[in-house]
Write a new protein. Structure first.
Length: 140
């Protein structure tokens, strides 16, 4: 069984981060902090914090607020978004930023993304390479 995948390089990540930060800045919304979930969102959150000059990053679901930018690597099934949005007191002001958004999904209005996926392929981020290799080996 072949597993379709798209490898994303560190250069791609740099370009996507710049594009995503530009989109966020164009919204003119300011953020007191960045919130994320461990594991996929950690590195994109750190990179965006530099671009947006945000000093505080929380990896704690209880620290999420509408004036906090939420960052993840990909909007895929929507499960993370649905879980997180329930913790926000003012969901209409909330911004959920991702490097990729899965093509063919219905996106919430709070979502800002850098690029859509080409299809249903598994996105292999540089920080996921070992995890993906284990997944691929177990799938065979």
């Amino acid at each position: 069984m072949a597993i379709l995948s798209q490898n994303v390089t560190w250069n791609d990540i740099e370009q996507l981060t710049k594009l995503l930060s530009k989109k966020i800045l164009e919204s003119s919304k300011t953020f007191s902090s960045i919130s994320t979930v461990s594991r996929g969102g950690l590195i994109p959150a750190r990179l965006l914090a530099d671009h947006l000059e945000i000093d505080t990053i929380f990896v704690d679901e209880n620290k999420i607020s509408s004036d906090s930018l939420f960052v993840d690597d990909i909007y895929d099934s929507g499960k993370t978004f649905k879980k997180i949005i329930q913790k926000v007191t003012n969901p209409s002001d909330f911004v959920y930023a991702t490097l990729f958004a899965r093509t063919g999904k219905k996106y919430p209005k709070q979502l800002v993304y850098a690029r859509k996926t080409k299809g249903a392929e598994y996105i292999v981020f540089p920080w996921d390479a070992l995890e993906y290799q284990r997944f691929k080996n177990n799938a065979l």
